[in-house]
Design a protein around this ligand. Sequence first.
Ligand code: GBH
Length: 444
Amino acid sequence: MVTRSDFPEDFVWGASTASYQIEGAHDEDGRAPSIWDAFSHTPGKVIGGATGDVACDHYHRYKEDVALMRQAGFTAYRFSVSWSRIMPEGHGAVNAAGLDFYDRLVDELLANNIAPWLCLYHWDLPLALHENGLGWTSREIVPLFADYAGLLADRLGDRVTHWATFNEPNMFTMLGYGAGVHAPGIRDRDRWLDAVHHVNLSHGAAVRRLRDQLPGGAQIGSVPNLQPVRPASDNDQDREAAARMDAVMNRATADPVFLGKYDPLTREWMGDRIRPDDEAAIYEPLDWLGLNHYSPHYAAARANAFGFRSMDPPEGAEKTLMGWHVAPDAFRDILVETSKRYSVPVYVTENGMADDVEPDNQGQVKDDARISYLDRYLGALLEARAEGADIRGYLVWSMLDNFEWAMGYGPRFGIVHVDYATQVRTPKASYHFLAALARASPDA
Ligand code: GBH
């Protein structure tokens, strides 16, 4: 098992969450709906008809949740802001009561010696923007996103040191606009590519605004989901397919943001979406990369628009409740590759697994599989560091069991169990495992 002394003294330990997945209070204090409110309330979109109306009721219980973070010895907490809570229309009028919530949350974190890592966008676009044709498929969203970033910098910039623009820009564009399985439920290759490019441009515009408004020393980054793509078989066609899938799934958002250039394959697909000055407008030097990683992808050749198809993990592979392949070596590989390719400090901002373990009759949540997963993935992280990768922290997904998007409340990713009927929180065995690593740190 990994131990505290395997990690450097200043290694950052923490947890991540997202607004729509935990907050609830969907119509309180002036919050307007996001595309996820509309999507989850559309029959047939989310398993069991689940919605984020209440979720973990974190909006009212944030103090209790922050106390659990402190008791774990965490020194960082990544959360996201619900855009439509603070700007109901997505632009224009500001909802002061919504902003007050994030103000209280940030103060509570600081009072508990936890650094707030604020993510501007974790998938809950204001519904009004989408309905008015100003969503990610429109280039007009770019200055609106920068204004939204500016509003938060104005209000919280004196206390929040770590800022991220997008959570998994590659994933929400693909799932929401390409595959249609996430909000807003669009299934169209061109709209997907539009969204990718506008998200990239919005990132650049927001970073410039943050740099202008935040005090020097602010740590600004972005959070791609990076999963190495492995060829389903060892032949040239599948290897070529894997390269194409890597370009679409990993590089389409990470390369322009961290290197200032689209990968040649993505560039070809983007066509004349890319105007002459766009790459320069996307690129701003960043202080950190937040890496979300769960499992590798597998690709096989196929004669479709992108020239690949996604394959299942090999026969007999160990899988979690989500069907995702447990492969710590893929984690090591992507950490080494990411650190090298983008030469920027890397923090793991999501990693973890889903199960459905409930408290036993002594009230204990014995999630042994999660402990084994975390132990092996942290071991892989140490291997990547030994190979020279600059990995500075680990924020587990997730602090709490929560609304798992189209899967509803079945899969539980938390290190703290949530009984949704009573909102009782129960730290799981994996919470104590991570706390033993984090608490031993000198500043905890
Ligand atoms: C993240 O997305 C999100 O940021 C977070 O909100 C979410 O709750 C969390 O992960 C858990 O889902 O089928 O084996 O090829 C994760 C994005 C994209 C990761 C699909 C796994 C498929 C693995 N996921 N990917 S596999």
